[in-house]
Design a protein around this ligand. Sequence first.
Ligand SMILES: Nc1nc2c(c(=O)[nH]1)N[C@H]1C(S)=C(S)[C@@H](COP(=O)(O)OP(=O)(O)OC[C@H]3O[C@@H](n4cnc5c(N)ncnc54)[C@H](O)[C@@H]3O)O[C@H]1N2
Ligand code: MOO
Length: 404
Amino acid sequence: MADSLMNVDDALGQLLKAARVLPEATARPLGKALGNILAETPVAAVTVPPADNSAVDGYALNSRDASQPSLPVSQRIAAGQDPLPLEPGTAARIFTGAAVPEGADTVMMQENATLEGEEVVFSRTPEANQNIRPAGQDIQAGETLIEAGTRLEPWHLGLLASAGLPQVRVYRPLRIAVLSSGDELVTPGQPLAPGQIYNSNQTMLQSLVSAAGWEPVPFETVADTFDATRNALQRASEEADVIITTGGVSVGEEDHIRDAIQSLGQLNLWRMAIKPGKPLAFGHIGDTPILGLPGNPAAVLVTFLMLGRPFLRCCQGESGLTTPAAYALPLGFAVPRAQSRREYQRVRCRQLEGRQWLEAASNQSSGVLSTACWSDGLAVIPENETLAVGDTVLYYPFSSLLYG
Ligand SMILES: Nc1nc2c(c(=O)[nH]1)N[C@H]1C(S)=C(S)[C@@H](COP(=O)(O)OP(=O)(O)OC[C@H]3O[C@@H](n4cnc5c(N)ncnc54)[C@H](O)[C@@H]3O)O[C@H]1N2
Ligand code: MOO
């Protein structure tokens, strides 16, 4: 009965609660750490910038000499040089990024200065503390740079480089066994016999895993028998950190994933109020979690993005927000009949007269992938609600579901 299905929030909550960090930590050079999860909190050994430096090309001076009609230029300081103390009553030619000499407390931009012989004349009165970037304005030595559990984006790597770190400790990317089950499945490139279809889930799921930054471990297609399923899951549990299967989780006699999980370990969850994707199963074989996604390709896409990826991010060691960003947008279509399952509809975000609204793909069947290709995201149609045109729903762009 649909009423007894667990709702999506509870199911996601249970998955996240069950998630444990699975891979070991390893040192990686910064250039190879993009997208990895920090396993330790790095601490700055140096102050950044290490010294007060000039924000502009101009002249460094002491503001107590501001009333002088002109100042002799006593030294030239380029970025990278270690300046001499400023001779009292003089100015120093200075360039952006160069260390401000001891004794100077301000820098005048060269646009407000004229060189007359050996002396500089200012068209504005210098004031203290102008155009100086103080030592440590970015990082103080001993400070925590980035919290463990952060996914390393380009700006994090830049910060670590600015603190002089050549490498970081990150978790090795998850190795995820990807298995499809079904006697009807044929690998693209082979001829199709009557009753057979091409295996689309294997390619899509391996790509979803890779796009999210993990390492897919592809397995051959699993035949629809209990023994073949059990053997494949046993092997996958030894070779990967996590197993994801597609197909064979529903109620028919040809569906063996649940029985195989129960015979090798435990089944923790099965079936939830989600459309598409109702028969999703979750369990463990030893310490290896297994996500049994349904066979319908659109159900694979939706359940991987909405439930699988947040769970896997936690298993990878990512902390904080592991659910993607959503946007509230008006529907360009109505939902006249309430449903007991929360539906994730394939939609496209349209612009009309400066306003965004959501258009539904023409076919929401869980067996159809062409409409996922037409779409740019998923709209959440809440359970037990009818909706009118213009009502606001949550919209997840595919980009935020996969990379956000
Ligand atoms: N009596 C019931 N039947 C079904 C129920 C139900 O509650 N009672 N639920 C339906 C729902 S909802 C779904 S979703 C499917 C899921 O079933 P399975 O996970 O057991 O998947 P299969 O039966 O193996 O396959 C479903 C469908 O997808 C095709 N498929 C499977 N694998 C692939 C692949 N790798 N590439 C492309 N297409 C694939 C398969 O041929 C089937 O057409 O169960 C409903 N039935
Ligand atoms: O969950 Mo199934 O994918 O509704 O067809």
